[in-house]
Design a protein. Sequence first.
Length: 138
Amino acid sequence: MTPRHGSGFGRLLEKNASMEEDRTYWPFQTIPFEQMTDQHHAELDFFSTAHGEGYRAFTFCFGFGAESSGDRVGHIVRRGGHNQNWEVVLSEAEKEVGTAYVAGFKHASDAVLLWLGGRPAKESVIDMESWLGPSGIK
């Protein structure tokens, strides 16, 4: 869900922007509840769940993510149209340890939450039933 103040997917990006730049951490102001789509509700659920489990959930110029109090970070990046295809990027100690392409935001957000909870990268996405393409999970 894009914060009301304008950051998120709608912003024009510099060519070399990184996933660490332009983060807006939850909680932030959102559109009114009655104007939310199913996608907005899924994003709100991710932010609320991550926050409730003690992670720092955020939105950034390419998508969504959360970070643990340790060295783990998970990013969710939209790939394709209609909010159906997502790339999950898992990092630890500032190094990418794997990526996976999944269908559905819920699958992507579940994988990130499992990763932040301590599961190995491969196990965090292996039981997702809707693979889209090659995985770079180690």
